[in-house]
Design a protein around this ligand. Sequence first.
Ligand code: FAD
Ligand code: SF4
Length: 510
Amino acid sequence: MKTLRLILGDQLNYNHSWFARNDDNITYVLMEIRQETDYAQHHAQKVIGIFAAMYNFAQYLRKRGHKVMHLLINDPDNTQSLIKNLDQIIKQENFTRFEYLLPDEYRLDEQLKAYCGKLLIASEAFDTEHFLSSRYELKEHFGESKHYLMESFYRMMRRKHGVMMDATQPEGGKWNFDSENRKALGKSTSVPDPLLFDHDFTEIWNEIQRSGAKCLGNPDAEHFSWPVTRRESLQLLRYFTDHLLPLFGTYQDAMSTQHWSLFHSRISFAMNIKMISPAEVIDAVVAEWRKRSEEISIAQTEGFVRQILGWREFMRGVYWANMPQFSQMNYFRHENKLPSWFWNAETKMNCLHHAIKQSLEHAYAHHIQRLMITGNFALLAGIHPDETDAWYLGIYIDAFEWVEITNTRGMSQFADGGIVATKPYTSSANYINNMSNYCKNCAYNHKEKVGADACPFNSLYWDFHARHREVLEKNPRIGMVYKNYDRMSPELKAQVHERAAWCIDNLESL
Ligand code: FAD
Ligand code: SF4
């Protein structure tokens, strides 16, 4: 059989069993295509990073004696469509069998299934051998229930994979050490600089521009800082376990105008394109904790393990259990448009200015910036989840739909009505002020609810809850909000709603 094997740009698993033996009858194909550069408007660093990582992966396979075709974006033979390119290659080279790795995105999964359904040659799909749970494991775990509790899934995963377990019980006697984590950054806390690589990818960026693909953000092509090989991914992981893990959990939710990644690992890009696996990331972190248990507390380690063994696998399971319906959900029937400053950071709101500016600069913001600054604002301002999704899918280097949409439409916008989260993640300025230094230099006053210089988060927060009282008041986790709202005088309530209405009518000028 003369076999063609497709590898997508986020399937760069160096340890996949496909590559364990060489076979002259097998050709691997990787493609840079406009279909993929254009399905969302991506950050320039995301496209450059994926193209560079694909190039390195193709070289790696060639060095190991595999036959590889790598279609570049401006190759004259490149039709820019996955299916047309496959058709062309299969015909020209007389392949008699087609194989692919199961895509993580619904749209590509459907496209390849439909393609194989019509193919006249034999075809087969293989697992990417990356995740710790199967596509439908979450669905099986929760059965008919439509609301999934991450904690329950996480505990099942800890038991199943024997991670930080003492026989059947969690090490340290608790499953969750959150209460010891999540502090604001102290004045004297010393934050290590992030590990940045320094690649000159000017040529790749020039080719992307020549192709006509439109990107957003700073390309940083001359000093590209993200890992683009397995070796670099391992170096980034090592840097995390050596320098950042000891305070990861403590400052997991902290935000600062001085530091853009704090104690976060920045490993999501390397993991999402599969240069490094979740199992080896977890193993390295747990091993480091065992080695330096005097210095690294269980709270830091468990906090990190939960993100990967819990949240990451959980989101993937939610995606496959609920697509394609998930992408249409709009529980609050929000209709507003994102203000244009989401693309240039030109807003007087200091927290949003910083979170967006660093996203444009580095294609990265950490979880709390995504959830409690940009996401919180979009939710309170009643932005349509399609708008919010498109922005998140484009701007972050780690954004792939299976993990982007579940976090954005689900966790952050509650547009799924509570499949992912038990309540909407919202806050007024109080939380932002407690967790960051953003409010100190803001044009708005974080203490005020009404008046021209009152922080927009405050009136929008109360207005959002009042607007959606009918559906939210029943939620036992939100009841207190309405008790506090009802304590406000009718005059104050009216002023708050007036201020919120003004903010929503004037999103562009906030
Ligand atoms: P760390 O804080 O160091 O955490 C370690 C790892 O845990 C991450 O690399 C990631 O793989 C995993 N992780 C942590 N939280 C989550 C989560 N909620 N869901 C899934 N995995 C998690 N993550 C993406 O990988 N791609 C996205 O497109 C994406 N979009 C998001 C959109 C919104 C609105 C929100 C609130 C979160 C989003 N996340 C996304 C989750 C999380 O913010 C990122 O995984 C994290 O910021 C990546 O940075 P890091 O590697 O430094 O993470
Ligand atoms: Fe953000 Fe409001 Fe604080 Fe300004 S005052 S930084 S807008 S929370």
